[in-house]
Design a binder for this molecule. Structure first.
Ligand SMILES: *Cc1c(COP(=O)(O)O)cnc(C)c1O
Length: 334
């Protein structure tokens, strides 16, 4: 299928590099680990939401939106990339933050992503933990519409079938790169949260009959909830791209055993993984998503869940700006 049938606006630096991590692979004694650098999509320090926003913001432009509204945690990478995209396209940006973390620290509330949101001039509102975020978005949208604005609402994480197109595209992109490099990918691994990334990847991998299994490492919900969420969106996305019937329930696998005490709450294994990758490969990962996913991948490797000669592709979905929001929560001594 042709993704060029869908409206799209260029926001990301693409294609992102696909690189080997030889020092990490050696350190772990195999398998061969590669990384897809979606932390390098460019916009406002980059990350996975930029690919989704290429399709979402194109729809906002089509509808002549004057303001985009979205939601997330205070240290949301999605909110930061949305704020940057709105600036680039001359729209206002309204962010609704859920106070998802108990007893947040000063850096969490002021630095990292939220500091960048303020630099981008986004309007920020906060609601209590556990609020109905969809309702909160709609009420802000109504308020702005009453003031004469044309509001475009983007769901949390940009995860609907439009945003997921960004990760259908990513699947095509790394398959093309792998084909050119002669790289046979045995497994793809990444952090899964609001589900759009995994849903888009599955739709792309299945629609093209790649035969590559995908493992999402959850950062938020328990396994059954996460897999159902991804499956529903993957089916919708496959239909949307004209590949109805290609996604089966068994294609959706999420391992949610590396969350620790909850979303955005640091774990020791995450901290270890962030330090390991920084010191072995010079690459920064993040405390909320990629650090926990890496910790999961490393644990599964140590438990011999992959063959020693397998080729793993880890998708780095970004988030390193969030490190600054956790500067008082992360150990820097190995
Ligand atoms: C949002 C995000 C994810 C998860 O992507 P979803 O599409 O929400 O599942 C992973 N990594 C980072 C850094 C993110 O910001």
């Amino acid at each position: 299928m042709l993704l060029s049938r869908f409206p799209r606006v260029s926001l990301a630096h693409l294609p992102t590099p696909l690189e080997a991590l030889p020092r990490l692979s050696k350190h772990l004694g195999g398998p061969d680990i590669y990384v897809k650098r979606d932390d390098c999509t460019g916009l406002g320090t980059g990350g996975n939401k930029t690919r989704k926003l290429e399709f979402l913001m194109a729809e906002a432009l089509q509808r002549k939106a004057t303001v985009v509204i979205t939601q997330g945690a205070v240290q949301s990478n999605h909110a930061r990339q949305t704020a940057a995209a709105a600036c680039k396209l001359g729209m206002k940006c309204e962010l609704v933050f859920e106070k998802r973390i108990d007893r947040p620290s000063d850096p969490y509330l002021k630095s990292g992503n939220v500091f960048l949101d303020r630099i981008y001039g986004a309007d920020i509102r906060e609601v209590d933990k556990g609020s109905d975020m969809t309702a909160a978005l709609e009420s802000v949208a109504d308020e702005l519409r009453n003031k004469g604005e044309t509001a475009y609402v983007i769901p949390g994480g940009g995860s609907n079938r439009v945003g997921a197109l960004g990760y259908v595209d990513c699947a095509y992109e790394f398959m093309t790169q792998a084909n050119r490099m002669g790289l046979v990918i045995d497994h793809v691994i990444h952090a899964t949260g609001s589900a759009g990334t995994q849903a888009g990847l599955i739709a792309g991998l299945k629609a093209s009959h790649s035969g590559i299994p995908l493992l999402g490492i959850g950062v938020n919900a328990p396994r059954d909830v996460q897999e159902e969420r991804v499956f529903k969106l993957a089916v919708e996305t496959a239909e949307y791209i004209g590949a109805a019937g290609t996604v089966e329930r068994k294609d959706v696998v999420a391992d949610c055993s590396y969350i620790g005490d909850g979303y955005g709450v640091p774990t020791e294994a995450m901290n270890e993984a962030v330090l390991l990758l920084a010191r072995l490969e010079g690459i920064l990962f993040d405390p909320v998503y990629t650090g926990k996913a890496l910790a999961g991948m490393i644990d599964l490797i140590r438990k011999k869940k992959f063959g020693r000669k397998d080729k793993l592709l880890f998708i780095h979905t970004g988030g390193s700006a969030g490190l600054f929001g956790y500067s008082d929560r992360l150990r820097t001594r190995a």
